[in-house]
Design a protein around this ligand. Structure first.
Ligand code: NAP
Ligand code: G4F
Length: 335
């Protein structure tokens, strides 16, 4: 029997990799997209003829119930969110509407339309924030440090609450940072690899960053979507940390990315105080031993391999843009 998956946030980084993975497993894959005046399917353009799309918005309860009734999914992956941490200080209420209450709207639609649907919630290591222990595990105390982190804590707990209240198969994957050539340009890994390509190809002379000392557990998005699927195939619902178990600083990230093209990062990187966050998550490193043991999951790409993959992809993309005279980027304040 072909299984059907509904993915919210299919136009995002993770949505695109998850859709590819589920198609390869023989799923019927339906993506929920919100209405916009411009087309935002860049990340799924290469597979769009094998997908179905349905309009819906996490802000609109009726559209979610409608999508579930129309699509009749076996599995729902809730990846949609306002996912950029700095924006959550500028737009804290909207972030709460999407990233926190949006989860309740979708869970409520699942409960009312078909409570047998299996539900995945995209929880985040940002929930650990001011970390209570190192490394962080499923039961580490939560102390979020941004409106985004707070919203994710709400989404996490409401998922557990619907599981306990209504016996839904609803699980949270607590995923540490995961990156790829499809990462949004505002996130630090992609900001660095894009700048390396622009500097190397003569389009830029410097890179302005915020906190160079903060440390993250960075993995490859293509590895992490496999874990999302595995979590919904278990006999019993449970939550898992997904991480590499290694942590690296933003400085190290710069070192690996610039040296890959023969440049010294210290000559190009400038600290811009405007990019330092009001409250920082200084150190994240996850312990995914439960996922390794129970899901049989492990990452296949290490930190250096990931950064090199992203630099290579940005070099190719910027070269192509130069050839077509499209190498300009907009300046967005606070990014
Ligand atoms: P992303 O690239 O920013 O994608 C976010 C997606 O959410 C986009 O498809 C966006 O659609 C959609 N969206 C935003 N608001 C929406 C709304 N109101 N209704 C419907 N769709 C909406 O994020 P990502 O990196 O793929 O992350 C996927 C999920 O995992 C997010 O929930 C994120 O918070 C979480 N997470 C990510 C990481 C990570 O390191 N990547 C780690 C832990 C957790 P548009 O294209 O229309 O904007
Ligand atoms: O790449 P970032 O913006 O990712 P952040 O804040 O860790 O959040 C990402 O990962 C979370 C999982 O832990 C997700 F839930 C979330 O949706 C998102 O995908 O920043 C990483 C670090 C931060 O400490 C930041 O202060 O890099 C530091 N940084 C230093 N300079 C910068 C910059 N980050 C950005 N975006 N831009 C800078 O110029």
């Amino acid at each position: 029997m072909t299984k059907t998956a509904l993915i919210t946030g299919i136009t995002g980084q993770d949505g695109s990799y998850l859709a590819e993975h589920l198609l390869a497993l023989g799923y019927r894959v339906v993506g929920m997209t919100r209405r916009s005046s411009t087309v935002t399917i860049e990340r799924i353009e290469h597979i769009v003829d094998r997908l179905e799309l349905i309009q819906g918005d996490l802000l609109d309860q009726n559209s979610l119930a409608y999508a579930l009734r129309e699509v009749e999914p076996d599995e729902v992956y809730n990846l949609a969110a306002q996912s950029f941490v700095p924006t959550s200080w500028n737009q804290p209420v909207l972030t709460g509407e999407f990233t926190a209450l949006g989860v309740t709207r979708l869970l409520e639609a699942v409960r009312q339309v078909d409570p047998t649907i299996r539900f995945y919630q995209a929880s985040s290591s940002e929930m650990f924030g001011k970390v209570a222990e190192v490394p962080q595990r499923e039961l580490t105390r939560l102390h979020p440090r941004s409106p985004y982190g707070v919203a994710k804590v709400y989404g996490h707990w409401i998922t557990l609450n619907y599981r306990e209240s209504y016996d839904l198969f609803a699980v949270s994957g607590i995923l540490f940072n995961h990156e790829s050539p499809r990462r949004g340009l505002e996130f630090v890994t992609r900001k660095v690899t894009d700048a390396v390509a622009r500097i190397k190809l003569g389009l830029a002379t410097e890179l302005r960053l915020g906190n160079l000392k903060s440390q993250r557990d960075w993995g490859f998005a293509g590895d992490y979507v496999r874990a999302m699927h595995l979590m919904l195939q278990r006999d019993d619902p449970s939550d898992y940390v997904i991480a590499t178990g290694e942590t690296h600083s933003v400085e190290e990230l710069c070192g690996v990315a610039f040296s890959h093209v023969g440049l010294d990062w210290q000559k190009y990187v400038r600290v811009d105080e405007a990019l330092v966050r009001p409250a920082e998550v200084d150190l994240l490193v996850g312990d995914a031993s439960r996922a390794r043991a129970e899901l049989g999951w492990s990452p296949t790409v290490d930190f250096t391999g990931l950064v090199h993959m992203m630099v290579e992809a940005d070099l190719a993309r910027v070269e192509e843009a130069i050839r077509h005279g499209k190498a300009k980027v907009p300046v967005v304040h606070g990014v």
